[in-house]
Write a protein that binds this ligand. Structure first.
Ligand code: 5GP
Ligand code: ZN
Length: 111
């Protein structure tokens, strides 16, 4: 097994509540949700963070971002949603496999 937790989820070796997957991404529920809806979208390929991106990944990342509104709609987030990408320890990143947080529901804090 890879020592990357999210690669383990992508490979089906680590259990997760997967809500969507296709050839490029896997989307699953955050284990410690910060809102009623809290999903993580990860690419199937291992990219540590935004710092790892090269031009060859533009299509993948564009797809990951475009997917968010569809996921939000499917989760019933008619009023809107928040997306977050933490990058590096200083940015609050804990898992070093690129992921987009999708948050939504009542009592989403403002900042
Ligand atoms: P980061 O701070 O790296 O942007 O976010 C990592 C996220 O992964 C956190 O919100 C954390 O709750 C979530 N997480 C950590 N371990 C697991 C796990 O084993 N399964 C799932 N589904 N989420 C996890
Ligand atoms: Zn990984």
């Amino acid at each position: 097994m890879s020592d990357c937790l999210f690669c383990g989820i992508v490979a089906g070796e680590v259990p997760a509540e997967v809500v969507y997957e296709d050839g490029q991404v896997v989307v699953f529920k955050d284990i410690n949700p910060k809102a009623r809806v809290h999903l993580l979208t990860v690419p199937r390929i291992h990219l540590a963070s935004l710092e790892d991106l090269e031009s060859q990944h533009d299509e993948l990342v564009g797809y990951m971002i475009r997917l968010q509104s569809r996921l939000a709609r499917e989760q019933g987030l008619e009023q809107g949603f928040r997306t977050i990408i933490n990058t590096g320890r200083g940015g609050g990143q804990v898992i070093f496999h690129l992921h987009i947080h999708l948050l939504g529901g009542p009592k989403l804090s403002t900042f």
